[in-house]
Design a protein around this ligand. Structure first.
Ligand code: PHE
Ligand code: ZN
Length: 875
């Protein structure tokens, strides 16, 4: 905790380590309030100079250098310890004491539901013992855990179990050895009275790997989906990337108190229970998909992150962008590539684009940070994954695979940089990818402006492209692949014939599908033999993370929405029509003009609903209105109330105009068979619940919504019904809320949903509701999931409540952030997000939001995490 400006770390200051730790032996004597850690390191010198070890909040008991007590010669500071020695090779043994019970920041060794657990990434190992807490120091770890046996049935750490047994006084111990060198951020220890489910996976090369998932006993019936997901992940990484698991055992532990989603510690992943536990009655399709994706993500880290790790934290996207790309591809292969792509684009646009346009904007490779935990961002992860996808698009699946193979061949066991990754991709394919560098060092969302010219005489079509990066002086052009196609007015794809001189820059993927490779700030692509004025299909597959600007007519969009061969473009076209309608209504609300839902929109929507050959999931996503946040993004100044009003107006309008189609669709998508997590069922539930949401706008269909709730078929349907009731203020809402609570009290993940759905509901009493939930006995400021469910959801999604004109929403959230900051700075910093976008609101709200930020900042004990974000937002 600091007051005056904390230290800034810069990429340009990177220095190679001065020492190696070849091996380290750790012994933990676990006690809830006084755990003793013995750390014996075999150290080698690489450069002259004193020894510096990182350490924070540690009680130092003793230091021995090659057996000699040097405790009194150590200089202990707030952030570490230094010692003078000129030895080349030595053993250093350090004994410290820590207090897991008091650790509410959930970094280092802490307690959750009475069990012990660790979280070390990014810089949490220094809260366990003094060490070189940096990812480019790699060591072989041996961990001995000693604890009371009755309280700690299982004692787990990384690697393979080599020894275990009983000790006097009801204690027992276990020794774990991890043969692979790793940085300390991948260290993990878990102990407690857990239960496990076990399985095995036979690898491609014929080894049996033991798979174990550990949970609190009450959750033992909710692990099956996670186990299946793990086995699918292992098989997928073998077949898609030839990557095989390397230890004899793979363990996953689910805990209720966790700052993030999950952590890829070598051989011992620790998960937020949200991404492990599921059964149909209590988890939604979205939860099931999230579990499969995160299990995959952490598993894939074993190669992209652990076997090849990051040189320093500025390289975070090296492991995260790549691993997110891999988990996206995994989910696409398990479910539907088209659906997954659209989900990811939505996420990127509603969360990463605003980040990139706000005060925390940073390139996927940041140049500096105050608190590394603040840089686990949508930019580093999701935009990072988009940049990896660019390599994939440019090189194709085969070329990408060659690059990956070379990357592992060169760098297995090393801590490397994003340049090393790029070089592997380039060298394996014999191409020059230098220009890709510009994606790593420039922030902001590029704007791609496209204009087209059709010459009927010459039968040519010219596509003029121009790229820019708002607010970046002397911007360097990016390599942008543009997925491209042309349609005639009947919606048939046209054959693409680039002119001779453009054969290098236009890559044909099929007769009707191309990738335009844009490398310059301005660039032209010309096609021959175009017999009629075509309709352009642009940025197919969302081929680059840019904002596309092209002047489509509504008619063109309507045609693309129903006819393009690319499902992303179809979805996008329909969304643009919906967005335009909301925007027109927002404008109309501010004048006295009348504005009605355009017939073209209704007709296009109807066409989608009646075309039973389409994937129901794509229809559902196309006909879901854009989120309020995304609509707000389109404006320089966001008028929350007008947008909210226009949004409801369009929803009601479409409900009315297509009531028969909604009803028929709802009935057609009904399915009483047993819940399964599969592509078809998920898609049908999705469309059914979109139809129900429209029907829920109409008084005569209210009962249907409550009926779906009462049927309790599965959580997907139950939650969908509840949200509709809440949103529409149906008369049975309170009854359902109470019933839901009674059914599920004690099941933390479901009660999180109960908080979240109420926090999200936008109406005049939204703030009062959120305030009353703060004093609900089940609310807790120490549990990150609960805090996110109420405060995170309210501030991020309840625009009406949070942005109340009198500032009471800001005040409420600010007060809570201050309380959270004293307990858990990481979570407090993340809650600040919505405040950072103050520039997007009117003058009065700006003032109120800034005042709230100032109040959060002006405290003696403000954390580094909160300091960095609040001060950068106010600057
Ligand atoms: N490395 C984790 C992941 O992506 C995320 C994480 C970061 C978890 C920091 C905890 C702390 O998969
Ligand atoms: Zn990750």
């Amino acid at each position: 905790m600091t007051k005056s400006a904390p230290k800034v770390n810069y990429l340009k200051d990177y220095q190679t380590p001065a020492f190696t730790v070849d091996s380290v032996f750790l012994e933990f004597l676990l006690q809830p309030e006084a755990t003793q850690v013995t750390n014996r390191m075999q150290i080698g010198r690489l450069r002259a100079g004193d020894l510096w070890l990182d350490g924070e909040s540690l009680d130092l008991l003793s230091v021995h250098l090659d057996g000699e007590d040097v405790t009194s010669q150590c200089r202990v500071e707030e952030t570490g310890l230094s010692l003078s020695t000129d030895k080349e090779q030595f053993e250093l043994e350090i004994v410290t004491r820590i207090n897991p019970e008091k650790n509410t920041a959930l970094e280092g060794l802490y307690r959750t539901s009475g069990n012990y657990c660790t979280q070390c990434e990014a810089e949490g190992f220094r809260k366990i013992t003094y060490f070189f807490d940096r990812p480019d120091v790699l060591s072989v770890f041996t961990t001995k855990v000693v604890a009371d046996k009755s309280q700690n049935r299982y004692l787990l750490a990384n690697g393979n179990l080599t020894e275990s047994g009983d000790l006097p006084n009801g204690q027992h111990y276990a020794v774990w050895q991890d043969p692979f060198k790793k940085p300390c951020y991948l260290f993990a220890l878990v102990a407690g009275n857990l239960e496990k489910i076990s399985d095995t996976f036979r690898t491609q090369d014929g080894r049996d790997v033991a798979l174990e998932i550990y949970v609190e006993p009450r959750n033992i019936d909710k692990c099956e989906h996670a186990m299946e997901s793990l086995k699918r992940s292992m098989a997928w990484d073998e077949s898609r990337f030839g990557l095989i698991y390397d230890l004899d055992i793979y363990m996953i532990v689910a805990v209720d108190d966790f700052n993030m989603g999950a952590m890829e510690n070598k051989g011992l992943n620790v998960f937020n229970s949200k991404f492990v536990l599921a059964k149909p009655e209590s988890a939604t399709d979205v939860d099931y998909e999230g579990i499969e994706a995160v299990i995959g993500h952490e598993y894939f880290h074993n190669w992209t992150g652990n076997r090849v790790t990051c040189r320093d934290w500025f390289q975070l996207t090296l492991k995260e962008g790549l691993t997110v790309f891999r988990d996206q591809e995994f989910t696409a292969d398990m479910l539907s590539p088209a659906v997954k792509r659209i989900e990811d684009v939505k996420r990127l646009r509603s969360n990463q684009f605003p980040e990139d346009a706000g005060p925390m904007s940073h390139p996927i490779q940041p140049q500096s940070y105050i608190e590394m935990n603040n840089f686990y961002t949508m930019t580093v992860y999701e935009k990072g994954a988009e940049v990896v996808r660019l390599y994939h698009t440019l090189l194709g699946e085969g070329g990408f695979r060659k690059g990956m193979d070379l990357y592992f061949e060169r760098h297995d066991g090393q801590a490397v940089t994003v340049q090393d990754f790029r070089n592997a991709m380039a060298d394996a394919n014999g191409v020059d990818l230098q220009q890709m560098h510009n994606w790593y060092v420039q922030s902001g969302t590029p704007v791609l402006k496209i204009e087209s010219e059709y010459d009927a005489q010459m039968q040519t079509l010219t596509v003029n492209c121009e790229q820019s990066l708002p607010e970046t002086e002397d911007f360097k052009p990016l390599l942008i692949p543009i997925g491209f196609g042309m349609l005639n007015s009947e919606g048939h794809s046209l054959q693409l014939q680039p002119i001779e001189s453009h054969l290098q820059t236009v890559e044909l993927r099929s007769e009707t599908n191309a990738v335009l490779k844009m490398t310059k700030a301005q660039q032209q692509f010309v096609f021959n033999g175009v017999q009629t004025q075509p309709i352009l299909s642009l940025l197919r597959g969302f081929s680059a993370p840019v904002k596309l600007s092209y002047d489509y007519s509504d008619q063109e969009l309507a045609l693309l929405a129903s006819a393009d061969e690319d499902s992303f473009v179809r979805w996008e076209a329909m969304q643009t029509l919906l967005l335009r309608t909301v925007q027109a209504k927002v404008a109309a609300l501010k004048s006295v003009e009348e504005y009605a839902v355009p017939q073209l929109l209704v007709d296009t929507a109807e066409k989608l609903l009646l075309d039973h050959s389409l994937d129901p999931a794509l229809v559902a996503m196309s006909l879901t209105l854009p989120e309020l946040g995304y609509i707000g993004e389109q404006y320089r100044e966001v008028d929350v109330d007008a947008i909210h009003q226009a949004h409801n107006w369009l929803k009601n309008g479409l409900a009315q105009a297509l009531q028969d189609e909604w009803r028929n669709t709802y009935l057609r998508m009904q399915d009483d068979s047993e819940y399964r997590y599969d592509k078809r069922q998920i898609a049908e539930r999705m469309l059914k619940n979109v139809a129900l949401a429209y029907l829920g706008c109409l008084a005569q269909h209210q009962e249907r919504v409550f009926e779906q709730y009462r049927a309790q078929h599965n959580m997907t349907d139950v939650l969908a019904a509840m949200k509709i009731m809440l949103h529409q203020g149906h008369s049975q809402t309170d009854q359902a809320l109470q019933d839901f609570y009674q059914r599920w009290r004690g099941d933390n993940l479901v009660i999180d949903k109960w908080f979240a759905m109420q926090a999200e509901t936008q109406n005049e009493t939204a703030l009062e509701k959120a305030q009353s939930l703060l004093s609900h006995p089940d609310f807790s400021l120490t549990n990150p999931n609960r805090v996110r469910s109420l405060l995170g959801v309210f501030a991020r999604l309840n625009l009406v409540g949070f942005h109340r004109a009198d500032g009471a929403g800001y005040q409420m959230v600010a007060e809570q952030i201050i309380k959270v900051d004293e307990l858990n700075p990481q979570i407090a910093a993340r809650l600040l997000g919505p405040f950072t976008h103050w520039k997007r609101y009117d003058a009065e709200r700006q003032k109120l939001m800034r005042a709230a930020l100032q109040r959060i900042l002006d405290r003696d004990n403000v954390s580094k995490d909160v300091y960095e974000i609040a001060s950068k937002s106010l600057a």
